[in-house]
Structures are given as structure tokens and as C-alpha cells.
Design a binder for this molecule. Structure first.
Ligand code: 5GP
Ligand code: MN
Length: 340
């Protein structure tokens, strides 16, 4: 069994914190994805199995294709139930920050978490975590926060009491953050971990279908439109760009999550190692930026240098204050000068 994720003293400290506490609030970044929901819900199931109270609070809406996750019915949305969420955060013994490395990524929840008296634990796989937590389990070399959670549970000898529901959530997060084990740090150990999850009798085919074969007609047509009419290719830079305005998204009856994964598609092209996706935010007056690469191209440096963002080497994001056309202009300029 894989136990050596971290200094055993840290795991012992985590165990002590868990033993001493009874009410846990588990939080993730705004715009929760499969890893964010999978890790918070997976850990919530584990803690409940230990007889603890655990509540998942998310900053805002998550995509429909994740609503099958066991426990999702009990998730509290901060943007919809702010007062209740504030009380729960203030009452908690422990707050776990999952799948994010800075309070800026949880929007208005940030200041509340910061001032809460609870012990704070960070469990994450993004680079350079801010120091707002008492205990920090940050592993940027691991595929997903779900992988970190699972390894921590193994290190605490918790495998036997992990339920099928917990394993389904953790499995889903690993699958969504690695494109079904096709990119990111998919080590041989990760395959062993996945096999341990599958041993808990999870229905991996059902999970795949729920996540990847569950698109609306509008989403599929939007994908076709974007690739056929909106994709710019820059062969000398081995790069591609796709863009979407709010009006275009509305045309395809856009719902949250419909653009998830779009940015990866141009990387399927021969000779393209860097893909960018610029889109108008559906609520705020800003441009959302998603970047993906293959190999050594540092998306995170590109995002930090030009789009107030960051992330992983091969998957990063950021934002731009201004019009979509200006963001495109900046992107093209950046492509020409980056790394020179
Ligand atoms: P996505 O393209 O899916 O929105 O984001 C991909 C990854 O980029 C995220 O997992 C996260 O690591 C990172 N990321 C996205 N937006 C931001 C941002 O505004 N700031 C930072 N530091 N990282 C971001
Ligand atoms: Mn993640």
C-alpha cells in the first residue's frame, strides 16, 4: 500500500486535528470543477465515516454534469445562502481549503475564511500556496487534489473505512484533472491508486458517461462552431486560439460547464503545443483566460505575465480587464514576444 506521501509527522498532525475536531467545513475554488467537487465530497464522506460532521461549501455554481456525485445534494452554495454559510464557517472547528492555493480564488468567502477561528488545513496541488493555513498539504507534482486526499487517507490507514461513494468522488476528480489519465503527472503510482479506488466496486463506466457523454445538444454544436469558425492557428508559434463572446454562448443556450474542456481540443492538432481560450464572463465584465500546453511550454508564466493569473505548467488561467478584441490583441502580441 502507498503510504509515503509526506513526512509522517505531518500526517500525524493531521490525524490529531481530525481527532480533536467535530465540525469540518470543506471549501473549494469558485467555478468548481471535477477535482474541486470530488476532493471536497470525497473527504466529507471519509470524515462522516469517522463520525464527524462535514459540510461542503462552494463559492458558486458547479456544472450539471457533476451533479451525480454522491453528497452533492447537501452542498451549500455561498452565493445563494450567504448568511447560513457565514454562520457555518464561523462555527466550524476546522476549515479545509481544497484545490486552491490562495484566498483570492474563493471570491467573497476569502475574508470570512481568513478571520474564522477554526484551524485551517490546505490540501492542494497548485504551485506556491499562500500561507493562510495552519497545516499545508501542497503537492504540485501530483495529478489532482483528489490524489492528494486519497494518499493522505491511505497514510492515515483509512482505506478500509472508505466507502464506495467516497471513492467515486475521488476517482472522478482524478479523471477530470488528467483527461482520463492522458495528461498531467500520471505516474505509475497513480495507476495503483486508481486500481485501489476501482477495488471499492465503483462503476467507472457510469462515471465516465455521466461526465464525458452527457453534453447538451447546444454544447456539442457550440464546440463545432468554435472549432470551425472561431479557431485561429499560429503555426510558427505552434499555438492556437479560440474565443467566445457572451452573445455567441447565449446562441447555443450556454449553461455553466459548457466550455469546460474546449481549450484542450486544439492540442489534438499536429504541431500545436499551446492552446488558449478567451471568453467573456457570463456575469462579470471581464474576459476569462484558459491556457493549456503540451511539453515544456510554461502556461503558468504566460498567464502570470500577461493575464494576472497562474496555475500549472500545462494548465493555467487568468483574466483580462477589457474587451474581448483587446484581449485577443494582447494574446497575439504576447505570443510574439514571450520567452524572447
Ligand atoms: P481553467 O482553465 O480550467 O479555468 O484553469 C486551469 C488552471 O489554471 C486551474 O486549475 C488553476 O490552477 C489555474 N488558474 C485558473 N485561473 C487562475 C487565476 O486567476 N489565478 C491563478 N493563479 N491560477 C488560475
Ligand atoms: Mn485540481
Amino acid at each position: 500500500m502507498i503510504r509515503n506521501i509526506s513526512q509522517i509527522t505531518d500526517v500525524e498532525r493531521l490525524k490529531c486535528v481530525i481527532d480533536d475536531a467535530s465540525f469540518f467545513v470543506l471549501t473549494c475554488h469558485a467555478g468548481p470543477d471535477g477535482d474541486a467537487l470530488g476532493s471536497t465530497l470525497g473527504l466529507a464522506h471519509y470524515l462522516k465515516g469517522l463520525g464527524k460532521e462535514a459540510l461542503v461549501i462552494v463559492p458558486d455554481a458547479y456544472p450539471d454534469f457533476l451533479a451525480w456525485m454522491p453528497g452533492s445534494q447537501e452542498i451549500l452554495r455561498f452565493d445563494k445562502h450567504r448568511e447560513k454559510a457565514e454562520i457555518m464557517i464561523a462555527m466550524s472547528d476546522v476549515i479545509v481549503a481544497m484545490d486552491y492555493n490562495a484566498l483570492s480564488r474563493v471570491d467573497d468567502m476569502g475574508p470570512l475564511i481568513e478571520k474564522a477561528k477554526a484551524k485551517k488545513i490546505l490540501i492542494d496541488h497548485h504551485l506556491s500556496p499562500d500561507s493562510f493555513c495552519d497545516l499545508c498539504f501542497s503537492y504540485p507534482n501530483l495529478s489532482s487534489t483528489c490524489e492528494v486526499v486519497f494518499r493522505l487517507i491511505l497514510a492515515m490507514d483509512g482505506y478500509d473505512c472508505l466507502t464506495k461513494a467516497a471513492c467515486e468522488c475521488l476517482y472522478a476528480g482524478i479523471m477530470t484533472d488528467t483527461g482520463c489519465l492522458s495528461y498531467g503527472p500520471c505516474t505509475s503510482e497513480l495507476y495503483i491508486l486508481v486500481s485501489l479506488l476501482i477495488q471499492k466496486d465503483i462503476n467507472k463506466d457510469r462515471i465516465y458517461n455521466k461526465i464525458f457523454n452527457n453534453y447538451s445538444e447546444g454544447r456539442l454544436r457550440m464546440m463545432g462552431y468554435v472549432l470551425y469558425e472561431k479557431m485561429q492557428v499560429y503555426p510558427e508559434s505552434h499555438a492556437a486560439l479560440i474565443t467566445l463572446s457572451r452573445e455567441e454562448m447565449n446562441r447555443f443556450n450556454f449553461i455553466k460547464g459548457d466550455t469546460e474542456g474546449l481549450v484542450n481540443i486544439p492540442l489534438q492538432m499536429k504541431g500545436i503545443y499551446f492552446s488558449a481560450f478567451l471568453r467573456e464572463d457570463t456575469e462579470k465584465d471581464l474576459i476569462r483566460v484558459s491556457l493549456r500546453s503540451q511539453g515544456t511550454f510554461p502556461c503558468n508564466k504566460f498567464a502570470a505575465q500577461y493575464f494576472h493569473g497562474g496555475g500549472h505548467l500545462n494548465a493555467s488561467g487568468g483574466q483580462f480587464d477589457g474587451q474581448l478584441s483587446e484581449a485577443i490583441e494582447l494574446f497575439e502580441k504576447a505570443l510574439g514576444e514571450f520567452g524572447k
